[in-house]
Design a protein around this ligand. Structure first.
Ligand code: ADP
Length: 464
């Protein structure tokens, strides 16, 4: 009885009726819609560069919190908390990027009595330190990339021995690294010490900690990830898997669910190990376990403790609204879903439409003069843009996500080709021509790609 009482108390303290969305762009609108569908009031915020954002018009309150420079607006913890207090918001949804993986932000707002729609500070901090994350994963039985789950010491003999034991090539990674930075591949012994010294320097400068670790460098892996959802009462489920191997400079360009050619028997135990890891670390909210997959084996690389850009492909195949679920668990509502209720129906693709030159990939800012977006069964567009919208040069170049869903992978791909053809956007450059060409590629159509495929494909196209 006592346990039940304290659980109820814990849940009721987390109830809220107004959510401040601490983000911009398509995800600000996506989250706002989910809140409205759940009967919640919304507060939109913006920087001076985003004053004409469409989601400002539909929010219950709209506040400008600072200048265009993100450090003084979207990353300004105090300004965002003040905005929540001024508008009576009981919760803050951080979206992705910006403050979504800041343990300090989660801690500060919860200490002020505002619910953070995401994990608590300690879970974010554990997963933000890649060595601590690897240790937690191994303890829960999640398969990891071969290599010690300890910091690389400053001792040349031990560094050499570690590399020999793992076997070349190895990769040196910063424990606090992120965004594809702070990593160096070492092909053979002669390059080892220089690589360690350079990565250590970079790690201290970029991430404020010289802590490094070493692991096996996998040569032709695919990027496969598992979506989890956990409540505050110790229940957790996984919602399926995605393949995000199509990357340029470690940035995902196209994602799909489910990952092609992976049998439920192979991935099932990995999904359950992720769920077990969530229970062990007391994780709450949504999260993603990222794996490299090679020769039939999965190797954990990191966990993202937030909603991801590519969450729609899992929504399409699972039928679950991940943002609704995320808000419910943040409110302390126990998970109604059981693992056996979760299925995977059909196949889904997502293309990230970026405001950038399709050849040089340099960002392209300016006013969208004309816009036509595709619609129809199995087509979803997540975007905040409209004709007349000015794409600002200050932030990420993602302007829209085009998502398709169909019974089979081939049909979802054909639907994407058609949807890309029907998308017309004038006034700025976008990567649409590049995406159209990619969906005509036969090897991609066969699902025979790895994380290097897109870069190689681009190189060949340039040479041709
Ligand atoms: P970040 O947090 O910077 O995104 P990750 O650990 O997720 O760093 O790695 C980013 C990318 O680097 C991976 O998606 C993969 O392409 C590559 N990578 C990381 N570790 C390895 C490895 N052990 N072997 C091969 N490639 C790797």
């Amino acid at each position: 009885m006592a346990a039940e009482f304290s659980e109820n108390l814990r849940s009721s303290a987390r109830r809220f009726d107004t959510v401040l969305i601490a983000n911009r762009g398509e995800i600000a609108l996506r989250v706002q819609r989910a809140c409205r569908e759940l009967g919640l009031k919304t507060v939109a915020i913006c920087s001076e560069a985003d004053r004409d954002a469409p989601y400002g018009e539909t929010a219950d309150s709209f506040l400008c919190i600072g200048p265009a420079n993100a450090a003084k607006s979207y990353l300004n913890k105090d300004a965002i908390l003040l905005a929540a207090q001024l508008t009576g918001a009981g919760a803050i949804h951080p979206g992705y990027g910006f403050l979504s993986e800041s343990a300090a932000f989660s801690e500060a707002i919860e200490a002020a009595g505002v619910v953070f729609i995401g994990p608590d500070a300690s879970a974010i901090a554990t997963m933000g330190d890649k060595i601590a994350a690897k240790r937690a994963m191994l303890a829960a039985g999640v398969p990891c990339v071969p290599g010690p789950e300890t910091e690389l010491p400053d001792d040349r003999a031990i560094v050499e021995k570690t590399a020999q034991e793992i076997g070349y090539p190895v990769i040196i990674k910063a424990a606090g690294g992120g965004g594809g930075r702070g990593m160096r591949v070492v092909p053979e012994a002669g390059a080892l010490h220089e690589a360690v010294a350079l990565t250590r320097q970079e790690a201290s400068k970029a991430f404020g900690s010289p802590s490094l670790y070493m692991e096996k460098f996998l040569q032709h892996p695919r990027h496969i990830e598992i979506q989890v959802l956990c409540d505050i009462h110790g229940d957790a489920v996984w919602l399926g898997h995605r393949d995000c191997s199509m990357q340029r400079r470690h940035q995902k360009v196209v994602e799909e669910a489910p990952a092609p050619g992976i049998s439920p028997g192979l991935i099932g135990p990995v999904g359950l190990a992720c769920v077990e890891a969530c229970r062990q670390i007391g994780y709450r909210g949504v999260g993603t376990f990222e794996f490299l997959y090679e020769n039939g084996e999965f190797y954990f690389i990191e966990m993202n403790t937030r909603l991801q850009v590519e969450h729609p492909v899992t929504e399409m195949t699972s039928g679950i609204d991940i943002v609704h679920a995320q808000i419910h668990v943040a409110q302390g509502i126990p998970l109604a879903l059981r693992q056996n209720d979760i299925g995977c129906s059909g196949h889904s693709f997502e293309c990230r439409i970026n405001a950038e030159d399709p050849e040089s990939f340099l960002p392209s800012a300016g006013t969208i003069t004309a816009l036509a977006l595709p619609e129809g069964p199995g087509i979803r567009v997540d975007t905040h843009i409209r004709a007349g919208y000015r794409v600002s040069p200050y932030y990420d170049s993602l302007i829209a996500k085009l998502i398709t869903h169909a019974p089979t992978r081939e049909e979802a791909m054909a639907k994407m080709r058609e949807a890309l053809d029907r998308t017309k956007l004038e006034g700025i450059s976008t990567n649409l021509p590049f995406l159209r060409a990619l969906f005509d590629d036969e090897q991609f159509a066969r699902g025979e790609t790895d994380i290097h495929y897109l870069e190689k494909w681009l190189k060949q196209r340039r040479a041709a």
